[in-house]
Design a protein around this ligand. Structure first.
Ligand code: GLC
Length: 599
């Protein structure tokens, strides 16, 4: 009895404390808001890309800019951790020269680790993390990513993407945890927990940004930025659940999607952005647009601004500099006109700015606006890379293992490693690595390719030979062939045909012709059409886009760890089957959702 009363007292006290803390925060925000001019309020709603403002840095003060981002191709000269941290501190110092000294909040796409920084730890893309089905692991991945982001000063990550990718033709399939909304909502919430930590003001806490609201993974034919033509029940059941869970987990920013729902652009969708997201789901954070996305709404920029702000957007992402169309000065000028013309109510401006300021206070940004240099040194550390290596191990899905050709002995006489992605860190990492589209080859330093990992693992007496085209395996004990996709991002990854490239098929055929056992590793952002290559291989592993820590692949190949990954997507036999998702009628994939062998 006494215990229950004690718990009740603690519970009540906690509740009083929280309410008081909220009241104090609200008071701080309202006091600051009451001191702000309309220009300063609009400045807080303006997010400008670094490339667009770097020649006019004083505009941060002139327009009281509230947020800076670096889009996929926007970066400083020096892309080392120090280079990024110095850039952040320079811009933050500029923001602190504004009349009210409101710090900027700096957003970045750290979508598989802090992928903008040379030498950072690059994790498997979300499709691989989805194959782990492991929320605890995803929380760790997010926490390490957050620590590396804070090492560059920034405090806002445009992640997690909680798209539910229903059509693998979509170029952003790899940014989704998979086709199943239950998997996506579980891992999305875990990522938010890991990224934001227990307290948003924590030393290594970063504001998560759940994206892209809503239905980005459900467009017809998988067309990026296309139209998601589904009824409301399906939209809610499949595509909304990631947001419901992420908001419960405390997410405080959400990015709106380019796609339309039944022909209406999300960036102008008042029902979904205001009635559903801020009303029904009671989302208390702020809503940011995607990159120049409001420009797609209508006939002219001023009406785009009016429609998007009145629909529920709080902050607008603007990549254009003065002199270009729809630039950040245009935005500020036109939004002020709209308020003065009573076309955008001042109450909407105040609500947006209140939401933004509240998050800035919760982040501790007013108290600690500058980079914590102790964190800078930890970027790409061995400790961080071990977490990524473990994520790689758990992401691998074993699709075939005839006659137990896997695991491979470490003491063989000779192993032959071939295929275009055997020794290619760029292919291993995939898109969003250093640059938006990234590229094959040595795109980032500090990683371990699959070939290097195999060499690190085998005994001193084992000879490792290599080629890229499948030739040269004759006489070896086993041949590992690494094939798949080369880097791409967003709409540049949309495909009508997911067949393996000719060079990959040829490499596997040549390996087969050598007469030695063939182990194929597929490096790809999604399931691909793999028959008949699968039929002529002895073993076949879906390795997704593993990132820098190729050692995790060797750990499984040589049996130090058993494969535990399970497919986050149904694996199609042919293009005619796509879209194919678990739960479909006449469901007949090559491998079903959740499939995965082990040793
Ligand atoms: C891109 C993407 C979005 C990203 C944003 C900023 O176009 O749609 O995921 O966060 O722009 O780079």
């Amino acid at each position: 009895m006494k215990k229950n009363i004690l718990f009740l007292i603690i519970f009540l006290l906690a509740g009083i404390f929280t309410t008081n803390a909220q009241k104090t925060l609200d008071k701080k925000v309202d006091t600051l808001l009451s001191r702000m001019t309309l220009d300063e309020k609009i400045g807080q709603m303006t997010q400008v890309d670094y490339d667009a403002i770097k020649k006019n840095v004083d505009d941060i003060v002139k327009y009281s800019i509230g947020s800076i981002l670096c889009g996929g191709n926007s970066e400083p000269e020096d892309i080392t951790a120090k280079g990024w941290a110095d850039l952040y501190d320079k811009y933050q110092n500029m923001a602190l020269r504004t009349r009210l000294r409101i710090p900027i909040i700096w957003g970045i796409d750290a979508v598989h680790g802090h992928n903008n920084v040379d030498g950072a730890t690059i994790f498997p893309h979300n499709v691989g993390l989805g194959a782990t089905h492991n929320p605890k692991l995803i929380e760790q991945v997010a926490a390490v990513t957050a620590a590396e982001i804070k090492g560059t000063g920034m405090q806002w990550d445009f992640a997690p993407c909680v798209a539910v990718a229903r059509n693998e033709k979509w170029g952003r399939t790899y940014e989704s945890y998979g086709e199943n909304p239950d998997l996506v909502k579980m891992l999305g919430a875990a990522y938010v927990n890991g990224m934001q930590g227990k307290n948003l003001a924590g030393k290594t806490s970063v504001l998560a940004c759940v994206k892209h609201f809503v239905g980005d993974g459900g467009t017809t034919n998988g067309k990026d930025q296309g139209d998601t033509e589904v009824d409301e029940e399906t939209l809610r059941k499949i595509h909304l659940q990631g947001y419901v869970e992420a908001i419960k987990a405390g997410a405080k920013s959400i990015m709106v999607s380019y796609n339309s729902w039944n022909g209406e652009k999300l960036h102008g969708h008042k029902y979904l952005l205001t009635d559903v997201l801020k009303g029904e789901l009671d989302f208390k954070g702020f809503v940011v647009s995607d990159w120049a996305a409001i420009d797609q709404l209508g006939k002219d920029y001023k009406s785009d601004i009016e429609k998007s702000i009145n629909s529920g957007l709080d902050m607008i992402m603007i990549p254009n500099a003065p002199g270009q169309d729809n630039n950040y000065v245009d935005f500020i000028t036109k939004l002020k006109e709209l308020v003065n013309e009573n076309k955008v109510p001042l109450s909407k401006i105040d609500d947006a700015v209140r939401r933004i300021l509240k998050v800035k206070f919760e982040l501790g940004l007013f108290k600690n606006p500058m980079t914590d240099k102790n964190l800078t040194a930890q970027i790409g550390s061995k400790k961080h890379r071990e977490v990524a290596r473990d994520a790689v191990r758990q992401s691998l899905v074993l699709l075939k293992n005839d006659n137990k050709v896997l695991p491979i002995s470490k003491n063989l006489k000779r192993i032959h490693v071939t295929g275009k992605s055997a020794d290619d860190i760029g292919n291993q990492c995939g898109g969003w690595t250093i640059s938006w589209q990234s590229k094959s080859g040595n795109v980032i330093s500090g990683g371990t390719t699959i070939l290097q990992a195999i060499k690190n693992t085998v005994s001193k007496s084992t000879e490792v030979t290599t080629s890229t085209d499948g030739s040269g395996a004759e006489g070896a004990d086993v041949c590992v062939v690494v094939v798949g996709e080369t880097p791409y991002a967003e709409m540049l990854g949309d495909r009508e045909d997911l067949s393996l490239a000719k060079e990959d098929v040829t490499a596997i055929e040549k390996a087969r012709a050598s007469g030695v056992p063939v182990v194929v590793l597929l490096i790809s952002g999604r399931p691909m059409l793999i028959e008949p290559s699968l039929n002529i291989s002895n073993a076949f592993v879906a390795a997704w886009l593993p990132g820098t820590e190729g050692q995790g692949i060797a750990d499984v190949l040589f049996g130090d760890f058993k494969p535990v990954g399970k497919l986050p997507h149904s694996w199609p036999k042919n293009m005619q089957q796509i879209p194919i998702n678990v739960g479909d009628a006449n469901y007949d994939p090559l491998f079903p959702y959740g499939f995965g062998l082990t040793y």
